[in-house]
Design a protein around this ligand. Structure first.
Ligand code: SF4
Length: 193
């Protein structure tokens, strides 16, 4: 579990030697480093957050050219299975990650909202590519100028199209957020006005 490195005094150890003001970290402290991860201590909340990042199943959902890049993340080259995420679910009721990969036509706004509403909590959303994030080059009445106008978004991945590595970066950033206890966009609520 990623926790900032602290001195033993910061963890409440009150020995005279540890509290020596001008003494740096001892050998013991240096070896221990992050005491929480070294000793295997954690909280139930952190354990749940960790397990959520190792079983975050994406919904099978693609909109345009970006979806081709998204599909490749299950290949051996990018290997999303290392996070336990290779099972793209065909039902939103079995998925907790929605990757919006491509431009969102006005016609698709209602189905996307319905799919999102059918997903169980907790749930997260990644806006993949310029079109999903901002409408991209399609600055016209037919395309929603960012999916965050209809559903809350956790992570935006830039690019046209983003390479699979960029999507992986977005997924890893999302995992870091979950493990750090940052509430999902769904919990924070609200969409862009
Ligand atoms: S961002 Fe580029 S690649 Fe992705 S859907 Fe838009 S035009 Fe296609």
């Amino acid at each position: 579990m990623a926790v900032g490195k602290k001195r033993l005094a910061d963890y409440g150890l009150q020995s005279e030697r540890v509290l020596w003001p001008d003494k740096g970290p001892s050998e013991f402290e240096q070896e221990l480093g992050d005491i929480e991860s070294q000793l295997g201590l954690t909280t139930l909340e952190k354990a749940i957050a960790w397990s959520q990042t190792r079983s975050m199943w994406p919904d099978t959902f693609g909109l345009a050219c970006c979806a081709i890049e998204m599909m490749s993340i299950v290949s051996s080259r990018y290997d999303i299975a290392r996070f336990g995420m290779e099972a793209f679910r065909s039902s939103p009721r079995q998925a907790d990650l929605l990757i919006i990969s491509g431009r969102v036509a006005q016609k698709m706004a209602a189905p996307i909202k319905q799919i999102y509403d059918q997903m169980l909590e907790p749930k997260w959303v990644i806006a993949m590519g310029a079109c999903a994030s901002s409408g991209g080059m399609f600055n016209n009445y037919a395309v929603v100028q960012s999916v965050d106008k209809i559903i809350p978004v956790d992570i935006y991945v830039p690019g046209c199209p983003p390479r699979p590595e960029a999507l992986m970066e977005g997924i890893i950033r999302l995992h870091e957020r979950v493990q750090a206890g940052v509430p999902s966009a769904y919990e924070v609520g609200g969409v862009a006005k």
